[in-house]
Design a protein around this ligand. Structure first.
Ligand code: ATP
Length: 207
């Protein structure tokens, strides 16, 4: 069993995340992908960020059409901060036979070695990397080689045509009153509108 684990803020989930997860599923022949939104302490939620429950609800709507996708509350329900090293350790303990593939975009690969206990992350999971602008293929390969050498990491860069969308761009589009067509699934756009998410234009200084 090869399980993809896709961690992120997903604030909100967008079409780049979905395209990347679909490509990973196909290219790495995964059996499924577990989407793992990072928990955020309530005092950290500012005017431009959505609550844990709203982010989870949007993810549930976005992944619903794909039966190989499922959603985990593991990082929400754990007390304290979300650490990928702890999450992967827990998933591996639950089923040691399962091969874990941790999905990241090229921007995350670039600083993965600064995360909490990177050696645990590399021990527990294969790192599956998708291209993301502005990172070139050479930059990704160079970083991957560095991590392979220093940590013995198993890093696979899978074929993916970059999709230029970010959660920041979605939040800014909502504030500017622009449509989100093609950037997030329709059901997610509707959820954002109905619940009035990301509308506040004040800057959030809590992050
Ligand atoms: P923000 O704009 O708020 O920083 P984001 O769009 O980067 O958010 P995250 O939820 O932080 O979204 O991303 C989760 C993971 O998905 C990260 O590993 C990130 O690199 C990857 N990712 C997000 N968007 C893309 C994209 N368009 N192409 C490739 N990887 C992506």
């Amino acid at each position: 069993m090869r399980l993809g684990v896709f961690g992120g803020s997903f604030d909100p989930v967008h079409c780049g995340h979905l395209a990347m997860a679909c490509a990973a599923l196909r290219e790495l022949e995964l059996d499924g992908i577990l989407w793992m939104p990072a928990g955020r302490p309530p005092h950290k939620i500012g005017k431009q960020q959505a609550s844990n429950e709203d982010r989870l609800a949007m993810l549930a709507l976005a992944i619903d059409p794909e039966p190989a996708f499922s959603l985990s509350r593991l990082e929400f329900d754990r007390a304290g901060l979300s650490y990928t090293a702890l999450t992967l350790t827990q998933l591996k303990e639950e089923d040691p036979e399962r091969e874990l593939y941790f999905l990241v975009g090229a921007d995350s690969l670039d600083y993965l070695d600064k995360w909490y206990h990177p050696e645990i992350i590399f021990e527990k999971a294969v790192i599956a990397v998708a291209a993301r602008r502005p990172f070139s293929e050479e930059q990704m390969e160079e970083k991957a080689d560095d991590l392979r050498l220093r940590f013995g990491a198993d890093i696979r860069i899978f074929p993916f045509d970059p999709v230029d969308v970010s959660s920041t761009q979605i939040r800014e589009a909502v504030q500017a009153g622009e449509p989100l067509t093609g950037l997030v699934p329709d059901a997610v756009e509707l959820y954002i509108r109905i619940h009035g998410l990301y509308r506040d234009t004040e800057t959030d200084d809590e992050e």
